[in-house]
Design a binder for this molecule. Structure first.
Ligand SMILES: NC(=O)c1ccc[n+]([C@@H]2O[C@H](COP(=O)([O-])OP(=O)(O)OC[C@H]3O[C@@H](n4cnc5c(N)ncnc54)[C@H](OP(=O)(O)O)[C@@H]3O)[C@@H](O)[C@H]2O)c1
Length: 324
């Protein structure tokens, strides 16, 4: 396992983090807690110590399952959770007020069965609350030892500059994968220049980069891929074609899978950690294939050509943004 450092956290952090959104069930067509717990424990056994969750994932359920899985193994894990969404009537909306943060930290600590959170991240920027209030409250939690490190998610550089006037910032969590590269233009260079670690979320583009997706793959219940524009015409056929082309490239050039290429690509872009969403133990089987090799400048250019040839109508992950 490759590791990196996150300011404020003493131990090395794995450069693959386990994403537990699907483990909450909500927006992923349901969940099987027993399989989730085995997945989290298998991740620890495989050297993944970073576990990323959020209160909104299953409205507390993901955090609860993470807490159960880590019972007796808390000291092996770096827990990253989030704050500043609420969900009246089951509809997530932003609330980064100090009062909301004070309530959420206690709920998260209880569900996660711990007395501290290693990395605490503002889930989405809330323009209605001044940075001084949000960051100031997190700085207080940091001073009190309830959180070891502070992150923001879905922030742009200007929002981060504002936030950093009031609290030490270690991490930015952003959408980033072979198919979703908007942060190349701003957040990634900003992170490089200012010493932030980037947690790249959606590392497999919600499974499109796993190698499993086919034209007739069906999703059930409230699975977000039933409405994700990438999984609808005309985009879906283009992303599937791009995935096939990348799969061929990975096999021919490196003898690797598409999934290994997707993770390696993220790790070769800079100060990044790939957040890989998994909810069944077998989904973690390919982990080792991501390590021990690198993509050259020529490889990266070849990948860019394959993407440009196949994806003529690109579409981003904006559909996931909660009500401002
Ligand atoms: N900060 C934010 O706003 C934000 C937003 C989104 C995500 N995130 C974080 O980033 C994490 C990762 O993103 P994500 O969960 O959205 O998606 P992802 O990592 O792009 O994809 C996860 C999905 O890919 C499929 N998959 C995983 N391993 C596989 C394998 N070996 N073979 C075949 N399919 C495989 C699974 O789908 P099936 O189980 O359906 O097959 C899995 O649920 C999240 O869990 C969350 O922690 C944060």
């Amino acid at each position: 396992m490759e590791t990196t450092r996150i300011a404020g956290i003493e131990r090395p952090v794995s450069r693959i983090g386990l994403g537990t959104w699907a483990i909450g069930g909500w927006m992923w067509g349901g969940t099987d807690d027993e399989a989730s717990i085995r997945t989290i424990r298998k991740a620890l056994d495989a050297g993944i110590n970073l576990i990323d969750t959020a209160p909104v994932y299953g409205f507390g359920h993901s955090e609860e399952v993470v807490g159960r899985a880590l019972d007796g193994r808390r000291d092996q894990a770096v827990i990253a959770t989030k704050v500043a969404l609420e969900w009246p009537d089951g509809k997530p909306q932003r609330n980064a007020s100090a009062a909301r943060i004070r309530q959420e930290i206690e709920d998260s600590l209880r569900r996660l069965r711990t007395d501290h959170i290693d990395l605490y991240q503002v889930h989405w920027p809330d323009e209605r609350v001044p940075a001084e209030e949000t960051a100031g409250e997190l700085a207080r939690l940091h001073r009190d030892g309830k959180i070891l490190s502070i992150g923001v998610s879905n922030y742009d550089p200007a929002q981060m500059e504002d936030f950093r006037r009031f609290a030490p910032l270690a991490v930015v969590q952003s959408p980033y994968n072979l198919f979703e590269r908007a942060i190349d233009a701003d957040v990634l260079p900003y992170a490089r220049d200012t010493g932030l670690t980037v947690l790249a979320y959606g590392a497999l583009c919600r499974g499109l980069l796993s190698g499993r997706m086919r034209a007739d793959t069906a999703f059930t219940g409230d699975d977000l891929r039933r409405s994700d524009p990438k999984f609808q015409p005309p985009h879906y056929a283009q992303y599937l074609a791009a995935a096939r082309a990348l799969q061929g490239f990975a096999a021919q050039r490196f003898g690797k899978s598409l999934l290994a290429l997707a993770i390696r690509w993220i790790l070769d872009q800079g100060p990044t950690i790939a957040l890989w969403g998994a909810r069944r133990p077998d989904q973690l089987d390919g982990i080792d294939a991501a390590f021990g090799w690198h993509l050259s400048a020529q490889d990266l250019a070849a990948i860019d050509r394959l993407l440009a040839e196949n994806i003529t109508d690109p579409v981003g992950p904006e559909f996931m943004a909660p009500t401002p």
